[in-house]
Design a protein around this ligand. Sequence first.
Ligand SMILES: [Ca+2]
Ligand SMILES: [Ca+2]
Length: 326
Amino acid sequence: MKRANHRDTETPRSGETTKHTKDTKKRRQERTAKRCRRSAEASGRVDPSRVVGPPGSVRPLAPARRSLLSFFVFFVSFVVLSVFSLCLCASVVRSAPPKDGPRVVVVLPLGAAPGKATKLTVRGHKLDAATAVRFPDSKATGKVLSKGKAPVPNMQDAKQVGDTQVEIEVTLPADGLGETVSFVVLTPAGETPPHRLLVDGQPPVVAEKEPNNGFRQAQPVALPQVVQGGIAQPQDVDVYRFEGKAGQRVRLEVLAARHGSALDSILSLHDADGRLLARNDDADGSPDSRLEVTLPRDGAYFVSIQDAHDQGGPVHVYRLVLRPAP
Ligand SMILES: [Ca+2]
Ligand SMILES: [Ca+2]
């Protein structure tokens, strides 16, 4: 009697046949692969880094492929950075004002009131062909009234004071503006760089009244106050008088050169007896002057403003701001 084969007599349970077959097949494949690897390694034909790992493992890259991948990443990064740099440079070039293009030097007067139309004279370079005025950052509007050459005062540099001008009418919105508002002038040769126009607000603005050339002619003002004035001719001086209290702190500040004026101001404060209490030429790296003083007694005080070089003219304009100091 033929002895029954173990394989024949043991009937696997349902589901185990397939698993058993797969395991046997897998072990056979692994033994074959191992023999091939040993044989290849022994003969020196196989780089160990190229051997396929177990299922699910990450296959290491050959040095040549790693180098190629690194070069590809470097090349792509280089191209992206180059394109970005070119775009950035092109943007800067587009936004930069053209060399020797039109330019605003100063606006006469330095500011305008919100909520109404104001006529201004814009002085600068290559403005005699102006076609329009634009306020890029606000709802303010402007229009050109006239344009032409502007006389250059004696002993003054046309580059500093401008030799052309355009008269404009601007209308600032009633609210929503800060202390300044920027505008540009459009010409056939391009537009000017933005220029800041002062926005009148608080304290209230009053105009200078000549003659005000000494203590006896001093123009009375009341703190807080802004005076719109100008050193109209060489060696001119403007004097203002206000009433102060003992221990009161006051701040006196000139707005001029920072807004394009040719004035290099000197600011002085005297008491009622003519004694000099304080004096300032330049403040915070600007030719504009500023004083902060604690008043010694009740009485009259005199503020005088003049040009440091005894110059004067139509572009030596200023705003003098008088207010309590913190
Ligand atoms: Ca004067
Ligand atoms: Ca000065």
